[in-house]
Design a protein around this ligand. Structure first.
Ligand SMILES: [Ca+2]
Length: 121
């Protein structure tokens, strides 16, 4: 009975699957043009346009790219792509909490300033 050892990780959790999916998608686009292990601006915008919701405008994509490209070399390595994912996830999470008719006072940058009374120093 060695069969069990052949399938050590058949049962994947949703989170494992999601992470795997992120890695696969990254590679799928990184090897396009040019063929390397980085996402060029072009590959990045294709990835988002083909896999994300249409609410992602070019401006939004540009901002995401700029925020994620932390070493400013004009392309995203995998760790930088993870920044993109976390930004998109934070955004999606904020959207999920948006009340209808509430225009939302913070823009999801994580800079919550509380209620602004007390704590001046
Ligand atoms: Ca970079």
């Amino acid at each position: 009975m060695f069969a069990w050892f052949l399938f050590p990780s058949v049962m994947k959790t949703d989170l494992e699957l999601a992470l795997e999916c992120a890695i696969n998608i990254y590679h799928q686009y990184a090897i396009r043009n040019p063929m390397d292990d980085y996402l060029s601006r072009n590959e990045f915008s294709m990835l988002l346009k083909e896999n994300a919701k249409p609410f992602l405008s070019d401006t939004y994509i540009k901002q995401l790219f700029a925020k994620s490209d932390s070493n400013h070399d004009g392309r995203l390595k995998f760790t930088e792509f993870l920044t993109t994912l976390s930004l998109v996830a934070i955004d999606a999470h904020n959207r999920s909490h948006k009340q209808p008719g509430d225009h939302g006072h913070d823009h999801g940058d994580g800079h919550s300033h509380g209620h602004g009374h007390s704590q001046h120093h």
